[in-house]
Design a protein around this ligand. Structure first.
Ligand SMILES: Nc1ncnc2c1ncn2[C@@H]1O[C@H](COP(=O)(O)OP(=O)(O)OP(=O)(O)O)[C@@H](O)[C@H]1O
Length: 305
């Protein structure tokens, strides 16, 4: 069996406060396993603990309790760190430098040879070739993000950890970034993505975890979490016997003639329909509701509240 890319048990992080005041519990006992080679999305509301989780698995933040294994080793181990590409939420870039000089320096810090051709290839990949000789200080937010992504991709990492990678990037650029991430996953890289753009997570990731208030509320394969909910919406012709429909198991909708039924088994739907028709109802429209990641997130947060 392959070693998980990330394996976290009982992870807790309490940020201390001054003068002995009670600290803030950002993570309250998180267990999470990210299989090797998967594209994993971490989602959740502001302040859920997502960045704290990312910083903990990278050894930037010291957990209060729990264990963290990354690529089969400790995040403190320089050999493990060298195999991780990280794009932080807040990028600090040297404004006076050019993109090329920056990438060459990051390469050296990662223990890689400063290979100008490789840096140029990466800048081309993220769409920065036209500005590679310009000072970073004059870059737009989206250009800075692209440069951060290029730096994370240096050395073909085994694990890519990206905190809001498309923040500030225009819609076309987002598509390009998505393409790059998908290429990386095809190459065998494990991707760990924190993004508020749920459509992006849905398109790129095959597993998702929902974090709220420092706890994982749900985790699993995207198709299992966001599979179509067995909820049928029916529209009946006017003049029906409402009480008979409710007695048959339908719930009233918000407009006249509209009803809902939650049923996994289509036989339950058909039995209810038989009763409705027996009471003279005429079905004119039937749809099965799907569930996207946004509705999974809102219903999960709603249940937890
Ligand atoms: N250095 C710190 N010191 C004290 N509290 C912190 C620190 N960093 C984060 N927190 C607190 O920990 C909680 C989790 O923050 P974190 O940044 O991990 O959340 P997040 O899910 O990444 O949020 P967002 O989606 O807004 O970026 C928040 O309440 C935040 O205020």
């Amino acid at each position: 069996m392959s070693v998980p890319a990330i394996d976290v048990r009982g992870l807790q992080k309490t940020y201390r406060r001054a003068f002995g005041r009670r600290g803030h519990e950002a993570l309250r006992g998180v267990d999470l396993t990210v299989p090797e080679g998967c594209a994993f999305g971490l989602i959740g509301p502001n302040g859920a603990g997502k960045t704290t989780f990312i910083k903990s698995i990278l050894g930037i933040v010291q957990p209060t309790a729990g264990t963290v294994r990354v690529l089969g080793g400790s995040p403190e181990d320089p050999r493990i760190r060298a195999r991780i590409g990280y794009l932080p939420e807040r990028l600090h870039l040297p404004g006076a430098w050019t993109a090329l000089a920056f990438l060459n320096t990051v390469a050296r810090l990662k223990g890689l040879p400063a290979d100008r051709a490789q840096s140029q290839r990466l800048l081309e990949r993220v769409g920065l070739t036209a500005v590679e000789g310009r000072r970073i200080g004059g870059y737009s937010k989206g250009m800075r993000q692209r440069l951060g992504l290029a730096a994370a991709l240096l050395g073909a990492p085994s694990l890519l950890v990206l905190d809001e990678p498309t923040d500030g990037i225009d819609p076309l650029g987002r598509m390009e970034v998505r393409g790059i991430l998908q290429e990386e996953v095809r190459r065998g890289t494990t991707l760990f993505l924190n993004s508020h753009l749920l459509a992006e997570t849905e398109r790129v990731c095959d597993r998702v975890a929902i974090l709220a208030n420092g706890r994982v509320l749900r985790e699993g394969r995207l198709e299992e979490l966001a599979r179509p909910r067995p909820r049928w919406t029916l529209r009946f012709a006017p003049g029906l016997d409402e009480a008979a429909l409710v007695a048959a198991g339908f719930q009233r909708g918000n407009t006249e003639g509209l009803y809902h039924l939650e049923a996994e088994d289509p036989r339950v739907l058909n039995a209810a329909l038989d009763k409705a028709r027996g009471a003279g109802a005429l079905l004119v429209e039937l749809t099965r509701a799907g569930q996207d990641l946004e509705s999974v997130l809102t219903s999960t947060l709603g249940e937890a509240a």
